[in-house]
Ligand binder design. Structure first.
Ligand SMILES: C[S@@+](CC[C@H](N)C(=O)[O-])C[C@H]1O[C@@H](n2cnc3c(N)ncnc32)[C@H](O)[C@@H]1O
Length: 335
């Protein structure tokens, strides 16, 4: 939305629904959020700080502050659009923290912009931050998953799409997207109003950007690349229609925090689809199983029962799953 020139217009605009009539991205279900008003004083302050120009918009965004979960205010062109997001500035009017695109992705981690503090995550997260692993991931690493029963990206994508039927036309967040193998497929399917490819690894996101840029058949007008921690997702509660997390749960520092967070951002009826390696498959002999117990250093492989327990304890319903050797794809829905 173009910003009106009079301060009164500005206040009215910021009191208006979060997505302007010109917004490229329009989630279908934002009822509770559209009813929320932004106090006039902070609205003017936010507008002033963002130095609005004629051809730009200042509007509450689909992205939220990872600290307080308030929708961010964007300075720049609206929409889930790679280049628009790259050229925009984002700010939380509560925390007064600014977020900008780094390299090719928007950094929405709590640590974004910090000068002295750096955070070291567990090895299973840090591994994928390496440039080499990120480079190799779609060039052989991922193909090896077949040996553990993963059906392969095309078939996994089809399975996920089946589970996501009720989320069609909505916003999909591909959590822990890696180099964007599935994010690209979700965009190409044309099924969603927007796709957010989200990962903690800077190098995975750079790979993701390169793959997107090399693919002429892929539109960049409804995809965003975001760096975030799965335990601190930068979206308002109840604002997302679908969350996909392929081959990721075993890499997360805290699967319980992650599933709770995914549940928080899903709208009522929203769908979560995840896949991972099981700690053991039905064919794993009983005497091997004790050796597969989890350690803080290794991957966090769960059992089928643990995954179901995790989802249901976070309040998700309609849990179901498909397995093949150590591969599991599961789905659950926010009531
Ligand atoms: C095995 S890759 C999966 C990539 C892709 N989704 C797929 O299906 O092939 C796991 C991903 O989880 C990401 N990851 C690990 N810890 C994370 C965290 N705390 N928050 C978000 N993503 C994380 C890694 O950076 C990595 O890209």
């Amino acid at each position: 939305m173009s910003v009106a020139t009079s301060p009164l217009h500005q206040i009215q605009f910021l009191k208006c629904p979060r997505f302007s009539s010109k917004s490229h991205f329009r989630p279908r279900r934002f009822h509770s959020l559209t009813q929320r008003t932004i106090p006039a004083i902070s609205a003017v302050a936010a507008e002033t700080e963002l130095h609005t120009q004629q051809d730009q918009s200042v509007e509450a965004d689909v992205f939220a502050c990872p600290i307080c979960y308030e929708p961010l205010i964007r300075k720049g062109s609206p929409g889930l659009n790679l280049s628009a997001i790259y050229r925009s500035g984002f700010m939380c009017k509560i925390c007064k923290k600014s977020y900008t695109s780094k390299d090719r992705y928007l950094d929405l981690t709590v640590t974004a912009g910090l000068k002295d503090y750096t955070e070291i995550q567990p090895a299973r997260t840090e591994l994928f931050r390496s440039p080499l692993v990120s480079f190799l991931y779609e060039r052989g690493w991922r193909q090896n998953f077949r040996q553990s029963g993963f059906p392969g990206p095309d078939e996994e994508f089809k399975m996920a799409q089946e589970y996501f039927k009720s989320a069609r036309g909505g916003l999909l967040v591909d959590v822990s997207c890696g180099s964007g193998l599935f994010s690209r497929k979700f965009v190409k399917s044309g099924t969603y109003s927007g796709v957010v490819a989200l990962d903690f690894s800077e190098n995975m996101l750079r790979q993701c950007y390169d793959f997107i840029k090399k693919d002429d058949t892929l539109s960049t007008t409804n995809i965003a690349l975001v760096r975030a921690d799965v335990s601190r997702l930068p979206f308002a509660s109840g604002s997302v229609d679908a969350v996909h997390a392929g081959a990721a749960l075993h890499c997360w520092p805290s699967p319980s925090n992650a599933v709770a967070e995914i549940t928080r951002i899903l709208r009522s009826g929203g769908v979560f689809v995840g896949s991972t390696f099981l700690r053991y498959s039905s064919s794993t002999p009983w005497f091997i199983r004790p050796f597969r117990e989890r350690t803080p250093q290794g991957y966090g492989y769960l059992t089928e029962e643990e995954i179901r327990d995790l989802c249901t304890s976070c309040g998700l319903t309609n849990y179901s799953s498909k397995t093949q050797q150590a591969f599991i794809m599961f789905t659950a829905q926010k009531p």
